[in-house]
Design a binder for this molecule. Structure first.
Ligand code: ATP
Length: 370
């Protein structure tokens, strides 16, 4: 598949009065293939929306260039900038962004009127877009008389009516309740299957991104941290940040001494783990709460007890002291322990990460303040 969206060394700096310079997007390089659904994911302030706005043409670049469908649309070096309406994109941005003073037909026809398309072509194209978004019959209705889901469909219909090759979706489902979000997610994928456009999807919601994406990019503090399939990002996160960001995580601070591994705060009882050769004296062992083996006290593992038992609908959660930390373990309901009962925990093939740098946490919160 050909690359349809290419970012080369794309950088965006903002200067703010209160907090100084922010590199919102720092040297982004990425290629998205034709027909791919690619998500930008990361905490607030990591640079997702700024990147999307640069692709759309609403934001200039500080450095680098952007290519869409084989054409350079933004380039600092070449002093080139194609305005948004000439980039051939479909867009659904945060909030519904439908025009309240226009009826459904006019909302959807708007991009075609800008292109000065003739009336019969407009009628045909709008009818088609409404059909694919289940809005036929509502042409004369105003958005305020429609449900949240229907309003969102108007925004989708308006985005597909120009037959774009690339669709930019920025938190398009954020105003909808969870059930409707799921339905709309399917509808977006169905539209993509039918029309074959490439999607860039920006969201805070990692489960949503995982469900919809072929590949995802996780960013942190203006940098790309990892680009991969949802499965690989979940199973092989490249660092602690990505591990923590996708799905539930359990982290245990450990000390590596004379080939043995101890939970911090308890050097009397080693964990049954072998540290990787490259391990420093202090490390973090990471796993998923449902991948920790919880067994009776006589079996192999770290001897401890159940501090707390929490019944969740589809599983049971136990809080278990390991050294000076309390570790979260999740099991099927049939693994039943009582509070105070002795038990063993064993970490099965965990990931190993260096101890987190405190400066990174500080920088993350600074970015959210700007
Ligand atoms: P969110 O999920 O909250 O939308 P985001 O990941 O989309 O966050 P951006 O909106 O791209 O993040 O912002 C990246 C950084 O750039 C943040 O620190 C933000 O405060 C800063 N920023 C964004 N736009 C501007 C601007 N116009 N002027 C100054 N700083 C800005």
């Amino acid at each position: 598949m050909a690359d349809q969206i290419v970012l080369r060394h794309v950088t965006k700096k903002f200067t703010t009065k209160t907090l100084g310079d922010i590199v919102a997007v720092d040297d982004f390089n990425l290629s998205v293939s034709e027909g791919e659904c690619f998500s930008f994911l990361g905490p607030s302030g990591c640079g997702k929306s700024t990147t999307l706005r640069m692709i759309a043409g609403f934001e200039d670049l500080t450095e680098g260039e952007i290519e869409l469908c084989g054409r350079i649309v933004s380039s600092k070096k070449k002093n080139l900038y194609v305005p948004p309406e000439e980039r051939g994109l479909g867009m659904v941005f945060q909030a519904f962004a439908v025009w309240p003073h226009m009826n459904v037909f006019e909302n959807v026809a708007f991009p075609l009127r800008i292109q000065k398309m003739n009336k019969s072509d407009i009628d045909r194209r709008v009818a088609e877009a409404l059909k694919h978004t289940s809005l036929t019959g509502l042409e004369k209705t105003f958005p305020s008389d429609l449900s949240g889901g229907q309003q969102q469909r108007i925004a989708l219909a308006r985005a597909i009516v120009t037959n774009p090759k690339v669709m930019l979706l920025d938190e398009p489902l954020s105003n909808l309740d969870p059930k409707l979000r799921e339905t709309m997610r399917f509808e977006i994928k169905e539209l993509q299957r039918r029309f074959g456009f490439t999607i860039i999807f920006v969201t805070h919601d990692q489960a949503e991104a995982m469900a919809i994406s072929d590949r995802m990019m996780v960013c942190d503090m203006g940098r790309i941290v990892q680009i991969d399939t949802p499965e690989n990002l979940y199973n092989k996160p490249c660092n602690r940040f990505v591990h923590n960001f996708l799905g539930e995580s359990t982290f245990v601070n450990v000390l590596v001494k004379d080939g043995k591994v101890y939970a911090k705060g308890d050097e009397r009882q080693a964990l049954s783990l072998t540290a990787p050769k490259s391990a420093a004296a202090e490390m973090v062992v990471a796993t998923r709460p449902n991948e920790i083996a919880l067994t009776g006290p006589t079996e192999d593992g770290y001897q401890t007890h159940i501090e707390k038992r929490i019944f969740l609908t589809d599983r049971t959660e136990y809080l278990v002291p390991v050294g000076e930390q309390i570790v979260k373990v999740q099991t099927p309901h049939r693994v039943a322990f009582a509070e105070g009962e002795a038990c063993c925990v064993r970490f099965v093939e965990p990931m190993w990460y260096p101890v987190e740098d405190a400066a990174a946490e500080k920088e993350r919160s600074r970015r959210q303040l700007v």
